[in-house]
Design a protein around this ligand. Structure first.
Ligand code: ADP
Length: 274
């Protein structure tokens, strides 16, 4: 459990008597600590590549080392990689704060997840899918649209499928399934055949900057924010997120989202006509 925090306030009354207020500050204290940790972590994550870039600039400015064409090219390549890491990080930080700012506005566009799967699949296939994964898409017939924010749902899909590509064993398939869930929910799942995640890490995966193996995450270009972004998007959509994993076998991420009501679909169709 977490540490209890009590604040005590004493108000004097006439006749030497007092009122003692005990205020439970446990949750605001925890929230404050999380905020402070987050800023510290983000600063650290940005400072490391920045220090590398500054170091290389200094060396390049030095006539002896910087004069050599081969050295220069090698350094520029490293600097490019570090700058891109910073760029991904800043973009993910901005996404997180944008999603958080919209937390209380329930998104209501009718979004066709089957179409999003195709789009994300196409984008990822030419980019990060250099490790030879086949993508198998299994669509149930007539899955309803979900009520959502198209851009955020696309980002959610991108992050989850991207993880399957990063952490799946090279050459193994990635399976994306879309079907009806319980009640009016729509269920999306992405399964990989990778090294899996030990059970003790599962509850913490959606924390910002939490990584099972930070060396590996960094080597794969990860920011450590992907699943935190996914969690925030799922919460904003009043959905559920479940991560199941077997070490040595692989990981399945399942997301359940509320289907769009017929009224929402009507609205979407109308706005498409105009
Ligand atoms: P990262 O940018 O590091 O991938 P994420 O927030 O997307 O950050 O994921 C957090 C951590 O969860 C990763 O560093 C990795 O250790 C673990 N992880 C996420 N998805 C998978 C997966 N499909 N298989 C194995 N590990 C995963």
């Amino acid at each position: 459990g977490r540490e209890q925090r009590w604040e005590m306030r004493v108000s004097p009354l006439a006749g030497g008597r007092r009122i003692v207020h005990l205020i439970d500050r446990t949750s605001s204290h925890a929230a404050e600590k999380m905020r402070v940790d987050f800023v510290a972590n983000a600063s650290h994550e940005l400072r490391t590549p920045l220090a590398a870039i500054l170091g290389f600039i200094e060396t390049l400015g030095d006539d002896k080392a910087g004069g050599d064409k081969e050295v220069r090219e090698r350094f520029l390549k490293v600097m490019d990689g570090e700058a891109r890491r910073m760029q991904r990080l800043v973009e993910d930080l901005m996404s997180l704060s944008r999603i958080e700012a919209e937390k209380y506005r329930v998104p209501d566009a009718a979004v066709d997840l089957a179409m999003l799967i195709d789009e994300v699949h196409g984008v990822l296939h030419d980019g990060p899918n250099k490790r030879g994964h086949d993508i198998v898409v299994a669509l149930e017939d007539e899955v309803p649209f979900v009520a959502g924010d198209r851009i955020q749902l696309s980002q959610l899909m991108h992050n989850i499928v991207g993880n399957a590509m990063k952490y799946g064993r090279p050459g193994t398939p990635i399976t994306i399934k879309l079907k009806r869930g319980q009640g009016t929910m729509v269920k999306l799942s992405v399964a990989d055949e990778g090294e899996g995640i030990p059970a003790e890490h599962l509850p913490r995966l959606t924390e910002r900057f939490y990584r099972v193996d930070s060396g590996r995450s960094r080597a794969m270009g990860g920011t450590g924010l992907g699943l935190a972004i996914v969690k925030h998007i799922v919460e904003r959509h009043r959905g559920r997120l479940d991560i199941a994993s077997t070490v040595g076998k692989g990981t399945t991420v399942t997301i359940a989202l509320p289907a769009a009501s017929p009224a929402t679909k009507e609205k979407a169709a109308l706005s498409e006509q105009t």
